[in-house]
Ligand binder design. Structure first.
Ligand SMILES: Cc1cc2nc3c(=O)[nH]c(=O)nc-3n(C[C@H](O)[C@H](O)[C@H](O)COP(=O)(O)O)c2cc1C
Length: 195
């Protein structure tokens, strides 16, 4: 089985990074649906280190604003939802549940801080990508951002949990008026090697 061409257009070929949003809300039900799709994206040892904060209130936006770069301010303040894609550095504590066929998996990480850090960041980033593609699959538009102060976000949102921010994703229904022209992508022979 493979996805129809229209599905490839929706997820990749016609999908754009949006900068302007229609004044149309995104329901909490849609966010639950989105998570229930993205959670099935694969991670090493099923470790699932990503954590997601869905900011959709004025109070939440006000807390985020001081951390944003000026270029990301307006589009984020007007987005129906902004997701903080974060990760839990102590993700391994959930492995006895998430990877039940190897009860020792937790010790791979409690005994090796560098492996734990790399695993959290690698898989948390992958899950951020799953979030973007899953969002498109349920009819939302996305706009990812790394232009912000991670330390400020961590202090404002994660001082109790110890989670760490990775990147942000605006979600909503994009207004095509805010799009830049599509930038070119590398052709196969510049980005890929057949070995
Ligand atoms: C991880 C990540 C971080 C990004 N950071 C920013 C950002 O801080 N500000 C911004 O305006 N765009 C940001 N972008 C958007 C990219 O520039 C955009 O996705 C890329 O140019 C492709 O655009 P297209 O999806 O419309 O083809 C970011 C994208 C990603 C995936």
């Amino acid at each position: 089985m493979s996805i129809e061409p229209a599905g490839l257009d929706l997820l990749f070929r016609e999908a754009r990074t949006h900068n302007k949003w229609k004044p149309e809300p995104v329901s909490d039900e849609t966010l639950h649906h989105l998570y229930d799709v993205l959670k099935f994206g694969p991670t090493s040892a099923n470790c699932s280190p990503a954590r997601f904060v869905f900011i959709r209130t004025k109070e939440g936006r006000d807390k985020l604003a001081p951390a944003l770069s000026s270029g990301n301010m307006e589009k984020t303040m007007t987005a129906p939802v902004t997701v903080i894609v974060a990760y839990d550095p102590k993700f391994y504590e959930k492995l006895p549940t998430l990877f039940p066929h190897n009860k020792d998996a937790i010790s791979w990480f409690t005994s090796n801080d560098a492996l734990a850090a790399t695993t959290a960041f690698r898989n948390g980033t992958l899950q951020g990508a799953y979030l973007m593609i899953a969002a498109r699959s349920v009819g939302l538009d996305t706009g990812a951002m790394s232009g912000f102060d991670n330390a400020k976000v961590d202090e404002a949102f994660f001082s109790a949990s110890g989670w760490r921010s990775n990147f942000l994703v605006n979600l909503g229904y994009g207004d095509p008026e805010g799009l830049f022209n599509r930038s070119p992508r590398l052709p196969f022979n510049e980005a890929c090697v057949l070995a």
